[in-house]
Design a protein around this ligand. Structure first.
Ligand code: ZN
Ligand code: ZN
Length: 388
């Protein structure tokens, strides 16, 4: 079959800019300081590579960023000096690059940017205890812990970020449209996964966004099943959860297919999950609590008698990470905001029988949401090809 690279033909993506993000971090840090009654930190040490990428455009595999009140410094090793200078300049990052070509030089560079300043904030979720102790040995400044300063700021996406996730979703849609009909030929779960991942790349993706899930028949009862050599057969539901990566940004979608004549209970599960998912999409809007979207989905499933079989949360934020803030789960009272990108993915799972999940990726807007996933989700019933 000829693969037409439609997404690559769709033209270039808008440039990503990080201008102003360092100022946002300083403001957020100040807000946290106001709320705290302990030592006030005016600098933030960033270790998480996604956070560093979001703040500077740097995509190397090693680096530490310090956001001071008056400057931002990226410390990296000799492999990434030229790349860092190029990427920071392209993204408009107001940051200086300090390169250490040996372990001793790196330590010296680190010590230089950590002295002499006031208290330094670090996010304990970004480093190990050993790294924390190492930093403590490199500075006389007090270290204070703060959580999720940059992750919080990453929640609302710019149009350039959304464009990447839209492109990633389009790659996934195109791949699934080509691969779904192949399921009539009795492939294994692994065959389907391999075709999807190959075709996403052909359509312009940098790669899969996460380990693609293809779960057929009873395997579908496990929400995060890993593809096996199980053959897709008559009477199965097939859950396919697949996403693509484009320029660092993820997409995420799930569709469930019916193969031939299925148990009426599976068909009912599909109908209920679809109704729940549509209700969830209709509930998404800026100002609505994420927990309320979860409740809308959960209520439809519970009313149909499948409540205990909806065994995960309704959704999650997506961006530079496949799972990030905001969380669309029970009791999340924080309102969704314009520009946040979240999934809506209710599911029902029954041991021994199978599972159904339907998932779309959406951008929150003032009036509702912009759905990035375009794959059809009506009852996707495939007939197996006759054997001979
Ligand atoms: Zn998914
Ligand atoms: Zn998801």
């Amino acid at each position: 079959m000829t693969v037409v690279d439609r997404t690559a033909l769709a033209g270039g993506l808008p440039a990503l800019s990080v201008v102003g993000r360092d100022a946002d971090v300083r403001r957020e840090l100040a807000r946290r300081n106001d709320a705290a009654d302990g030592v006030v930190a005016r600098s933030l040490l960033v270790f998480d590579l996604n956070n560093i990428r979001w703040l500077t455009g740097f995509t190397g595999s090693a680096g530490t960023l310090v956001v001071h009140p008056d400057e931002m410094v990226l410390i990296t090793d000799g492999r990434y000096g030229e790349q860092a200078r190029h990427q920071l300049s392209a993204a408009g990052a107001a940051a200086r690059v300090a390169v250490g070509t040996t372990a001793a030089a790196l330590r010296e560079a680190m010590e230089a940017v950590l002295q002499p300043i006031g208290a330094i904030a670090v996010d304990p979720s970004e480093i190990t205890h050993a790294q924390f102790e190492n930093i403590r040995s490199q500075t006389s400044a007090p270290l204070v812990t703060v959580s999720g300063v940059v992750q919080h700021l990453r929640r609302c996406k710019t149009p350039a970020e959304v464009a990447r996730m839209r492109r990633a979703s389009a790659c996934t849609d195109a791949a699934l449209a080509e691969v779904a009909p192949m399921m009539t030929g009795r492939p294994t779960e692994r065959d389907v996964r391999d075709e999807l991942e190959y075709r996403m790349r052909r359509h312009g993706a940098d790669g899969p966004s996460y380990d693609t899930i293809v779960a057929t028949g009873p395997n579908g009862a496990r929400p995060h099943h890993r593809p096996t050599s199980t053959v897709i057969e008559e009477g199965h539901l097939v859950v396919i959860d697949v996403g693509a990566l484009v320029d660092g940004y993820h997409s995420d979608m799930t569709r469930t297919y019916l193969i031939g004549e299925v148990d009426p209970e599976l068909r009912r599960m599909h109908d209920v999950v679809r109704e729940s998912q549509l209700a969830g999409l209709a509930a998404v809007r800026a100002g609505v609590a994420a927990g309320d979207v979860d409740k809308v989905c959960r209520d439809v499933i519970a009313d149909a008698g499948f409540g205990p079989e909806f065994i995960h949360s309704t959704g999650h934020g997506v961006g530079l990470q496949i799972h990030e803030q905001p969380w669309v789960r029970t009791a999340m009272t924080e309102p969704l905001q314009c520009g946040e990108v979240v999934t809506v993915e209710p599911g029902v799972y029954r041991e021994g029988l199978g599972g159904v999940r339907i998932e779309d990726l959406v951008v929150v807007t003032d009036t509702g949401c912009d759905i990035l996933t375009e794959s059809p989700k009506d009852l996707s019933c495939l007939q197996l090809a006759p054997t001979n």
